[in-house]
Design a protein around this ligand. Structure first.
Ligand code: COA
Length: 217
C-alpha cells in the first residue's frame, strides 16, 4: 500500500483545520498552526481511506511521525501540504518549482551527486527552474523515510539520479528506518515539485495524487 495526497489549505480557517485534524496546534504563530494542522489533516485523511488508526505520535527526539499500522510522512510549503502513507518506510517533500537551491546543495549532497545533476534528464524538468531542486527534494524525502531528517549523515544517503523515473537511493547508514530498495519518484502538482522516497519492491507511485476533498460550503 502506497498512497499520497495533496492539500491546498489556503481557503481553510484555523478552526476548520482544527476540526478536521481533531487536534489543537501548539505553536504561537497562526500560520505555523495552520501549517501544522494541514499536514495532520492530509495524513489523517489518507489513514481514514484505509480504515487505519488515526493516532499520530511525533517522535520527540528526531521529529518523525509514528503511526500505529503503517508508515507516513508529511511536508508543507506555502499553503500546500502533502502526505503519504505506506506499508514500508516512506518520505515526502514538496517545493515550489521556482526555488533555487544551488547554495544549500553542498550541505546535503556530495560533489559527485551535484555534478551529475547537470546531465539529469526528466520529463518534468522543463518546469523546474533549478535542476538541483530534484536532488534537494529527493534527499529530503530520503532523509524523512530514513527517519533522520537533514541531520549529520545526510551525505551518506546517496541518490542516483540517472536513467528514468523512478530512481534509486542507497545508504549504509544506521538509521531508525531502513528501506531495502530505496526508490525515488518525482511528481508535478501545479507549480510544485513533489518527491517521494518509498520501498522499491512496491512498484511505482501513482502519478496522480488523490486531492484532499474540499469541505462542503
Ligand atoms: C525533517 C526536515 C528535513 C523537514 O524539513 P522542512 O523543510 O523544515 O519541513 P517539511 O515541511 O518538508 O517537513 C516537515 C515535516 O517533516 C517531518 N519530520 C521532522 N523530522 C523528521 C525526521 N527526523 N524524520 C522524518 N520526518 C521528519 C515532520 O512530520 C514535519 O512536520 P510536522 O513538524 O508538522 O510534524 C528538517 O526539518 C530537518 O532535517 N530537521 C532536523 C535537522 C535539525 O535538527 N537541524 C537543526 C540543526 S542543523
Amino acid at each position: 500500500m502506497l498512497i499520497w495526497n495533496f492539500f491546498d489549505f489556503s481557503k481553510w480557517s484555523l478552526e476548520k483545520l482544527e476540526a478536521a485534524s481533531g487536534q489543537k496546534a501548539a505553536a504561537s504563530h497562526p500560520q505555523a498552526q495552520r501549517t501544522f494542522l494541514a499536514g495532520r489533516t492530509a495524513l489523517k485523511d489518507l489513514l481514514q481511506t484505509q480504515n487505519l488508526s488515526l493516532e499520530i505520535v511525533p517522535n520527540k527526539k528526531l521529529g518523525f511521525l509514528e503511526l500505529k499500522n503503517c508508515f507516513g510522512s508529511i511536508a508543507h510549503t506555502e499553503e500546500i501540504s502533502v502526505a503519504v502513507i505506506s506499508s514500508f518506510p516512506v518520505g515526502i517533500d514538496i517545493e515550489n518549482c521556482q526555488r533555487k537551491v544551488g547554495h544549500v546543495l553542498p550541505k546535503i549532497a556530495s560533489q559527485e551527486e551535484i555534478n551529475r545533476i547537470d546531465s539529469f534528464q526528466n520529463e518534468i524538468q522543463t518546469q523546474i527552474e533549478d535542476k538541483g531542486l530534484f536532488l534537494w527534494t529527493a534527499k529530503e524525502a530520503f532523509s524523512k523515510a530514513s527517519g533522520i531528517g537533514l541531520r549529520e549523515g545526510i551525505q551518506d544517503l546517496k541518490v542516483h539520479l540517472t536513467g528514468t523515473d523512478p530512481y534509486r537511493g542507497e545508504s549504509s547508514l544506521h538509521t531508525p528506518f531502513k528501506l531495502t530498495t530505496p526508490t525515488l519518484s518525482f511528481h508535478l502538482v501545479r507549480n510544485y515539485l513533489v518527491s517521494i522516497c518509498f520501498e522499491g519492491t512496491l512498484g511505482s507511485v501513482a502519478k496522480h495524487p488523490r486531492p484532499y476533498p474540499l469541505p462542503p460550503h
